[in-house]
Design a protein around this ligand. Structure first.
Ligand code: FRU
Length: 501
């Protein structure tokens, strides 16, 4: 049975989607049909394809009562839009269907688990918001909410923990059992991640606290994900109200890999922590395991502190990051864009051993939908003060990747990238040159720049609002460097693909 609220959302999306100019959307990054999106949800393999749901408010470009939007893909680059899958249409989720996960069931159905937000009176008769975990089962298109909802209720949390901040279940299956991790707030007010298990996805038992902030790493921990990578267990979290720690973390809505060991998911022991994205716009990532064993992660290419609310001149707001393959390389999680992007490679232009002594550009190197790699090294061991890559540039605008070899830092800067409001526009982070060499890979997709430094040792994402006509690329230096640059066009093949669909 499709509720009236869900029908309405589906119709609204259908009626408005085609009114959005094609050039208002990126070409290979996921956006909503219309309106606002935030977190990726339910990112998982199902029936031979990869499904992605997302927090969705189709009716405006602002956050509102949360629905789940839905797309699917075979290659993480070209996505097919599917009808809205969940609407806040039950008493237990009337305030919103918040983030969650999905898993394929043995009978071929797909189970969604999400946070139902409700408003109820507490024991003292005061209206309170409750967050509890609910399920819906479907066929990849339509989903029926369980009459057992909520299946993980606010009674199933450690004593004194928050019933209001208890959300974002991520589900997976292992050794024939289902597991869920959720975000929660401990009695000290700071974040903790809870672990549950179930034999059937319906009846759940609380197991233990996987890890917690103890007020050291932010307050509420949102959107957890828990997986194995190499010989490590990774607990990915999105802490709120994080305090900056040197250049490793930035304040506010942050993301972190907690890296450690565990015993079949239990007794997680954190060994170290790593920032996930050093850029401006990245939050609430979720991952899946591909058929060929790759751990692929996607994030909301935005966060609550950098959301440029009120950007109402377009009918869509928000996009996802490029899906990234994660690898454990001994001391770091390495992130690189999925290799499938190569299937859309068009014209390649490359220049080698270019000695850059002043601002230069190449007539063949421009554009806003491309994959570009720039490698630099000092020329004849001469020192240089800084090196800079400028993209999405015209006489007024430009988005900058700036490298300082002395401090071994990279700074991204989108101060002149079309933002209408004064939001955070720069961020700086430490990098490790390899014998003086640095490698920058930039993925541009109209309204974003995603940077991968030194083969994925660091990733930094930023959304830009620069008009598409600003498509120049320049390289600038103080001193002298020797540069290799390779630019690969993505627009042509993606256009062909779109016309075929
Ligand atoms: C994270 C988050 C989640 C919540 C959702 C609501 O961005 O705050 O914790 O489920 O967004 O849209």
């Amino acid at each position: 049975m499709i509720s009236e609220k869900l029908q309405l959302a589906r119709k609204y999306e259908e009626d408005h989607m085609n009114k959005i100019p094609e050039t208002d959307r990126p070409m290979f990054h996921v956006t909503g049909g219309v309106g606002w999106i935030n977190d990726p949800n339910g990112f998982a393999a199902y029936n031979g394809e990869y499904h992605l749901f997302f927090q969705y408010h189709p009716y405006s470009t602002h956050w509102g009562p949360m629905h789940w939007g839905h797309v699917k893909t075979r290659d993480f680059i070209v996505w097919e839009r599917l009808p809205v899958s969940l609407a806040p249409d039950c008493v237990y989720d009337e305030k919103g269907c918040f983030s969650g996960g999905s898993v394929e069931l043995p009978d071929g159905k797909q189970l969604l688990i999400y946070t139902g937000v409700s408003q109820e009176k507490n024991e003292e008769g005061v209206e309170c918001e409750y967050q509890q975990q609910c399920i819906a089962v479907g066929d990849g298109l339509n989903y029926t909410k369980s009459d057992r909802n909520p299946v993980i209720d606010s009674g199933m949390i450690p004593d004194g923990s928050s019933k209001t901040d208890f959300r974002d279940p991520k589900i997976w299956k292992d050794y024939g059992k289902y597991y869920v991790v959720t975000g929660n707030r401990a009695s000290d007010g700071s974040g903790q991640i809870l672990l549950y298990e179930s034999a059937n996805g319906i009846d759940w038992n609380y197991l233990e606290i996987v890890d917690k902030s103890d007020n050291k790493f932010g307050k509420m921990w949102e959107c957890p994900d828990y997986y194995k990578l190499g010989d490590k267990y990774i607990l990915a979290i999105s802490p709120q109200e994080m305090q900056a720690n040197g250049m490793e973390f930035h304040p506010g809505n942050c993301t972190a890999f907690l890296i450690g060991t565990a015993d079949n998911w239990l007794h997680f022991k954190r060994e170290k922590m790593q920032a996930i994205d050093y850029g401006l716009d990245f939050y609430a990532p979720q991952s899946l395991l591909t058929k060929d064993g790759r751990r692929v992660m996607i994030g909301w290419m935005q966060n609550w502190d950098t959301s440029n609310y009120g950007n109402d001149d377009r009918m869509i707001y928000g996009q996802m990051s490029i899906p990234r393959v994660l690898e454990w390389k001994g001391d770091r999680v390495i992130q690189n864009p999925v290799e499938e992007i190569k299937n859309y490679y068009g014209k390649r232009v490359a220049f080698e051993n270019v000695v850059v002594e002043k601002k230069i550009s190449f007539p063949e190197i421009s554009g806003r939908v491309l994959d570009m790699t720039v490698e630099i090294q000092p020329t004849n061991e001469q020192e240089f003060e800084w090196f800079q890559i400028n993209v999405a540039q015209d006489d007024e605008k430009m988005t900058i990747v700036y490298y300082n070899p002395k401090t071994q830092t990279v700074k991204i800067d989108r101060t002149r990238s079309g933002d209408r409001y004064d939001v955070v526009n720069t961020r700086e982070f430490m990098v490790k040159p390899r014998e003086g060499k640095m490698k920058f890979r930039l993925l541009l997709d109209r309204y974003s720049v995603e940077l991968f430094v030194n083969d994925g040792e660091q990733a930094a994402s930023m959304v830009i609002h620069t008009p598409l006509s600003a498509d120049q690329i320049t390289f600038d230096v103080s001193g002298c460097v020797t540069m290799n640059v390779e630019k690969i066009d993505l627009e042509e093949k993606l256009c062909e693909q779109k016309n075929m669909m």
